[in-house]
Each structure stands twice: as structure tokens, then as C-alpha cells.
Design a protein around this ligand. Structure first.
Ligand code: GLN
Length: 279
């Protein structure tokens, strides 16, 4: 079978199974199977697939039809123009989170030899991006999951920033020695328990501990906000990713502490409230 024929067949099958962006996904799987660029596939679309490649492609299409996220098949996700390895032990980095990282970069670049703490690092997307884009930054990246830490380390090595990041397996601050940071950043689990059930087939294949924010979705904000101040330098910043409807609740939690002077919120590219910064 030719590349073009396989692509057409794959696209139709994905469409029938109601998979979003079927054409693009069929092509991305082909790139993955052949380990070739988009350009190569367009230029060489009459090339015949080997039996092995055809088999591999079919299997990948079947997985996608079952709702397995494409990133779990290709094990790759682009984030902040960097490539991250992902599997079902970590949340797939979201574009929304780039807004959070961009705000942190802006702040981080104003601080000399900035020291950053990243809580709930998961794949390490935030920690690795900050290390990459803020010169001389030093980052401590924490996750409760051993497997997530392994993946974050791998991503730091792949992106050549491992010397800037210290990894620690810990339930938030639990195993963290007393130390003061310029910035504490986190994209914690923030989905309400009863909303978890209604997430898409694809999102349900991601680790629930990376999504479950408890009954009101605010469990992690409560814990982080009440402890963060002890780990922040006098002029330090706390930067939190939030769900689109959590701005008021999270601001209330911060105000209750009566420790921070300023709070502001930034929207993501879709126009949803996404980042809370306090200092
Ligand atoms: N933004 C993610 C989602 O909607 C949730 C991320 C999180 O809980 N931190 O699936």
C-alpha cells in the first residue's frame, strides 16, 4: 500500500470513530511510523509501505480509535518549542500552560540567578522550559509520582538542562528542605471530582492523580498557598495555573493568608483566566 492510500484509509477510519482532526492525526501517525518529517510524507506519498510499516500504522490507527491520545502513541509532545517525552504516567503538556510559563519567564528574567520551585512537575514541561529560557536559573522540580520524576529527568536530559534542575520525589513540600525561592510555580491537579467523569475519552487516559483537585477542585491550591510563603524569599512570587472558573476562589484563598501584597490574573490565548500571580 502507498503512503497516500494508507493516509486516506486512516483518515476515513478516524472520521468514522469521531476522532477530532482525523486528517492531521493520520499524517502524524505516518510520520511516527516512518520516522520522517511532514515534508517527506507529502513529497513521497506514492512510496510503498513495507509490510511492517503497514502493520505498525494499522495498529496505531486502532489505538487512536480506542481513544488513546496520539501523544501516548508517538510519545511526543511539543511545548514551548521543545520536544517532551510523554506516556500515561504524566499529563500531556497543554498549550494553556504556555501562558503560565511565559509569565514566569518574564518575571524570572528580571531576577539574577533566579531560584525556582516547580510543584507537581509531571513531565517536567514547566521546569525544563524555564531552565531553557531563563539564563542561569536553578530549578527544583517536585512530584509525588516516582514515574513522573523519571520522565521529567529524561526530558531535562533530552533538552540539555539537567545541570540546572534538581528533582525530588515528594508530596508537595513534605520532603523539601527549608530553602527560600524567588519563584514558586505550579500547575496542580485542579479538576473537580464530579467533573472528572465527564472528561473526554482521551483525557480519561491521562493519570487521574494529575487531574483530580478534590471535591471543589481547590485542594492543591489550599495546601500550596498556605505553605508557599515559608519557602519564598521576601520579594518572591507565587505563580499558579488555574482552571477557567477558579480565579475568584483562588484569589480568596490568597487574600485569606494576608501575606501577599499584590495579586493579578492573566488570560490564556482562548481568553480564559489561566494564571494567578501573587507577590
Ligand atoms: N487543563 C487540564 C485539563 O483541562 C487540567 C490540568 C490540571 O488539572 N492541572 O484537562
Amino acid at each position: 500500500m502507498q503512503i497516500r492510500q494508507a493516509l486516506e484509509k486512516g483518515t476515513i477510519e478516524l472520521k468514522i470513530s469521531n476522532i477530532e482532526s482525523p486528517k492531521m492525526k493520520a499524517r502524524l501517525l505516518m510520520q511516527f511510523v516512518l520516522n520522517k518529517s511532514r515534508q517527506y510524507i507529502i513529497v513521497n506519498d506514492t512510496q510503498n509501505l513495507t509490510t511492517n510499516q503497514e502493520e505498525m500504522y494499522k495498529k496505531a490507527i486502532e489505538k487512536l480509535k480506542k481513544g488513546i491520545p496520539i501523544e501516548h502513541i508517538t510519545h511526543q509532545k511539543e511545548f514551548m518549542k521543545l520536544t517532551f517525552f510523554v506516556d500515561n504516567n504524566v499529563l500531556i503538556p497543554r498549550q494553556d500552560t504556555e501562558t503560565v510559563v511565559e509569565e514566569a519567564i518574564k518575571i524570572g528574567r528580571t531576577i539574577k540567578n533566579v531560584q525556582i520551585l516547580d510543584l507537581c512537575t509531571g513531565s517536567g514541561a514547566i521546569a525544563v522550559s524555564l531552565a531553557k529560557y531563563i539564563k542561569n536559573s536553578k530549578i527544583t522540580a517536585i512530584d509525588i509520582s516516582h514515574k513522573a520524576i523519571q520522565i521529567a529527568k529524561k526530558n531535562a536530559i533530552n533538552n540539555k538542562v539537567e545541570s540546572q534542575i534538581t528533582f525530588l520525589e515528594s508530596d508537595l513540600f513534605e520532603n523539601l528542605p527549608e530553602q527560600k525561592y524567588d519563584i514558586i510555580i505550579s500547575n496542580p491537579p485542579y479538576i473537580k471530582k464530579d467533573v472528572l467523569k465527564s472528561l473526554s475519552k482521551q483525557v480519561k487516559k491521562e493519570p487521574i492523580i494529575a487531574l483530580d483537585g478534590g471535591y471543589d477542585g481547590l485542594d492543591f491550591y489550599r495546601k500550596i498557598i498556605s505553605k508557599a510563603y515559608d519557602y519564598l524569599k521576601f520579594s518572591g512570587y507565587l505563580i499558579l495555573e488555574i482552571g477557567y472558573d477558579q480565579k475568584e476562589d483562588v484569589i480568596d484563598l490568597i487574600k485569606k493568608q494576608d501575606k501577599y501584597n499584590k495579586i493579578y490574573c492573566k488570560k490564556d490565548l482562548c481568553g480564559n483566566d489561566r494564571v494567578i500571580v501573587t507577590y
